[in-house]
Design a protein. Structure first.
Length: 249
């Protein structure tokens, strides 16, 4: 038994020595780490984290530039990543490992805190929505003013087009125009405004060529959305209209 244990210890020391020779200062392991190996690593000042999730391993690889290895025997200095600081901190009742100061990271983590789970959930939802908006603008940089202005303008042009079509198709086009106007009407309802007054004023403004006239919720009135700097990606508006049409058909 003693010979067996000594052989096992030698194998562990050789594995640790390979890590030391490669110049690693931090080791993240998806599985467990033997207690003896961890003691030796700790003795040499190497920070270790075990039982790391696979998705976190991939994120760490993209952030630090390190290569995910399936075995210690293949480790080379070129496989290592870089971070200015790696340390464990207490956050509330939990201990977390923070990896900071990476060079050109391809993956980052946003740390959200709040006084209650509801506050954290709302903050996470708002952040997720903001990131999705940024993603959409990166994919398609075209934007339009918000506040229901594009929908009112589309409805106005559809009504003009319906007049040139005639017949039963004209009724369908007018109904589609009214459906588009439900967007600014809903915004007005949510803001506690008089919907009839709002939609009447919006129709009048768009007939007069005020292209970006929409519902300005902070000022609680109809205004120029471009001047108010209220924008939304064209991709989102187009997707919403297309999805509604697909649901109907």
């Amino acid at each position: 038994m003693k010979l067996f244990m000594d052989k096992e210890h030698d194998m562990l020391r050789n594995m640790v020595q390979r890590i030391l020779d490669a110049g690693a200062k931090v080791v993240f392991c998806q599985k467990g780490i033997d207690d003896l190996a961890q003691q030796i690593l700790d003795k040499h000042g190497i920070y270790t984290a075990r039982n790391v999730k696979e998705e976190d391993m991939e994120k760490l690889s993209r952030a630090t530039g390190a290569k995910i290895l399936t075995g210690i025997h293949d480790i080379e200095p070129a496989d290592l990543g870089y971070a200015e600081t790696v340390e464990e901190r207490e956050v509330g009742d939990e201990k977390m490992t923070f990896v900071e100061g990476c060079k050109n990271p391809k993956s980052v983590c946003v740390f959200i805190r709040g006084g209650s789970k509801h506050v954290v959930d709302e903050a996470e939802r708002a952040l997720h929505d903001a990131l999705c908006v940024v993603r959409n603008v990166v994919q398609d940089p075209r934007i339009v003013a918000g506040g229901g202005a594009p929908e009112v303008e589309l409805a106005s042009r559809l009504r003009k087009y319906a007049g040139s079509v005639g017949g039963k198709e004209q009724l369908a086009i007018n109904d589609f125009a009214e459906a588009l106007e439900r967007i600014p009407i809903t915004l007005a309802e949510n803001a506690g405004l008089e919907t009839i007054d709002v939609i009447t004023e919006l129709r009048k403004n768009h007939e007069e060529g005020r292209l970006w006239s929409g519902v300005n919720i902070p000022s609680r009135k109809v205004g120029d959305m471009e001047e108010a700097q209220v924008y939304e990606p064209l991709k989102v508006v187009r997707h919403a209209i297309t999805s509604a049409m697909e649901a109907l058909t």
